[in-house]
Design a protein around this ligand. Sequence first.
Ligand code: SF4
Ligand code: SF4
Length: 66
Amino acid sequence: MTKKYEVGINSAWCKGCSLCIGVCPKNVLELSERVKAVPARVSDCVGCRQCENICPDLAITIKEVE
Ligand code: SF4
Ligand code: SF4
């Protein structure tokens, strides 16, 4: 069975730099109208955590879900 992930983004910490969007191999993230990263296609997330690692503001938390 394919694992599923929760992509948590603390929008208070996100400054809209887009680094996470550029690094995601599955194109899960995009910028909202308020210039904050949002997990627009969370079901495509493969849990690689590259977004979590690259975020300079530690705004992203990836969690595996049952
Ligand atoms: S890398 Fe972090 S600060 Fe930059 S857009 Fe993504 S969540 Fe926001
Ligand atoms: S964990 Fe990987 S696949 Fe999931 S949103 Fe982050 S960069 Fe994209």
